[in-house]
Design a protein around this ligand. Structure first.
Ligand SMILES: *Cc1c(COP(=O)(O)O)cnc(C)c1O
Length: 429
């Protein structure tokens, strides 16, 4: 049997860093990544046959756990009918209908194959629909790796950003304004400095790429007002939160707190594919009709609306739409966070945490962070030790302090209890 170390060494010879997406390499926490051999329910087994309770779930998609029978059956059946046609299929309509049924702000969607592709296409559509170039994003929010979105804040308030990746020319991000999350004053200053010039503001409504940080209600309310006032499209990147924090996604959470609240465009991925490569972006018919073949904004994809992926997504959405699904998932996730906080308290370690639906975060800090700078200032040393302490005890958490965690319907009360027990032991150590 191969060991994780052998596989990692072999992988590094043929794949840069040994991985096909950087965070998998454990660079933030150190150590050897676990190579997954198979998964079932709430667990995966690594190359050495060790079982782990999985709190990543492919970074969100596996909301039903691994190998859910109804999803498996739908995928197997679809595969027998063909992998890809490059021609329309009925299941694409069904998936579009299933998404729209839960998200009232979205009248039409286009299906694509990754969150990156969906975010990039949404951005082009927002620019095409408004005829404007400037865009706003927030530090710590991740919207995939499209060039224009790989940007960090410039030196001053309301200045344009700098690329965060080599290979992105400064010219390509010259229209991208990067602001601090939850900072109303900066938001107002940005609109003041660029009146009626901003095509869109893209935001993770509950940010899951800086651990777990909610947009505050006053911030979201002001953001909505300013976008409306300036003819700017408010784009919710719900690739992570969509069908994960609630059946109606994060926008339904804000609609409960801010009467009449709706974003103008939405981006989905992860859960809507149930673990297959599938994502989508959507808006009103008016905005979506700007897309080719109806309108002047070009967008296309060989594998878009893939028949096996849509089968997987549809079967997943069907299961999570059953009555009581999110109530149960939310309760379980909340009990995990409460358990972790209790274990930390017992060990005399400062920890705070939060959750919504099946998504959670915890920080080694005494107050919940409101933006990226504060997240990154939390205790990294302690996080890394905790991460490895949990890994040694068979609990697989996200291998970086700036990532969220995910609970699935397959996690049992016993799994949560075992996790909390492991946490208590790891924190004492
Ligand atoms: C994962 C994620 C993306 C990118 O999706 P990929 O499928 O990895 O390209 C975009 N936005 C958010 C909020 C995400 O969490």
């Amino acid at each position: 049997m191969s060991t994780n170390e052998e596989l990692f060494a072999r992988a590094q010879r043929v794949i840069p860093g040994g991985v096909n997406s950087p965070v998998r390499a454990f660079r933030a926490v150190g150590g050897t990544p676990r190579f997954v051999a198979r998964a079932q329910g709430a667990y995966f087994w690594d190359a050495e046959g060790r079982r782990h309770i999985d709190y990543i779930g492919s970074w969100g998609p596996m909301i039903l756990g691994h190998g859910h029978p109804a999803v498996l059956e739908a995928v197997q059946k679809a595969a027998l009918d063909g992998f890809s046609f490059g021609a329309p299929t009925e299941r694409e309509i069904e998936l579009a209908e299933a998404i729209i049924a839960q998200v009232p702000s979205v009248e039409q969607v286009r299906l694509v194959s990754s969150g990156t592709e969906a975010g990039m296409s949404a951005l082009r559509l927002a620019r095409g629909a408004t005829g404007r170039s400037k865009i706003v994003k927030f530090e710590g929010c991740y919207h995939g790796h499209a060039d224009a979105l790989l940007v960090k804040a410039g030196s001053g308030l309301a200045t344009f950003g700098h690329p965060t990746s080599a290979g992105v020319p400064a010219e390509v991000v010259q229209h991208t304004l990067v602001l601090e999350y939850n900072n109303v004053a900066q938001l107002e200053a940005a609109f003041d400095a660029n009146p009626r010039e901003i095509a869109c503001v893209m935001i993770e409504p509950i940010a899951g790429n800086m651990n777990f940080v909610r947009a505050s209600v006053p911030f979201m309310k002001r953001l909505r007002e300013l976008c409306t006032q300036h003819g700017t499209l408010l784009v919710f990147d719900e690739v992570m939160t969509g069908f994960r924090v609630a059946l109606g996604s994060a926008q339904s959470v804000y609609a409960k707190l801010i009467p009449g609240f709706k974003p103008d465009m939405s981006v989905f991925g992860k859960v809507i594919g149930g673990g297959m490569p599938l994502a989508a972006f959507g808006a009103t018919k008016d905005v979506m009709s700007q897309l080719a073949p109806l309108g002047p904004v070009y967008q296309a994809g060989t594998l878009s609306g893939n028949p096996v992926a849509t089968a997987c997504g549809l079967a997943t959405l069907k299961e999570i739409s059953k009555p009581g699904f999110f109530e149960a998932l939310s309760k379980k996730t909340r009990s995990l966070v409460d358990g972790l906080l209790g274990a930390a308290k017992g060990a005399g370690v400062p920890m705070v945490g939060d959750s919504e639906g099946g998504m959670f975060g915890f920080f080694f800090a005494s107050e919940l962070p409101q933006n990226y700078g504060v997240v990154m200032a939390t205790d990294k040393e302690r996080f890394n030790r905790f991460f490895h302490g949990m890994l040694d005890r068979g609990v697989y958490l996200a291998p970086a302090l700036y990532e969220a965690g995910f609970v699935s319907a397959a996690h049992s009360e016993a799994d949560i209890a075992a996790t909390v027990e492991a946490a208590a032991a790891a924190l004492r150590a």
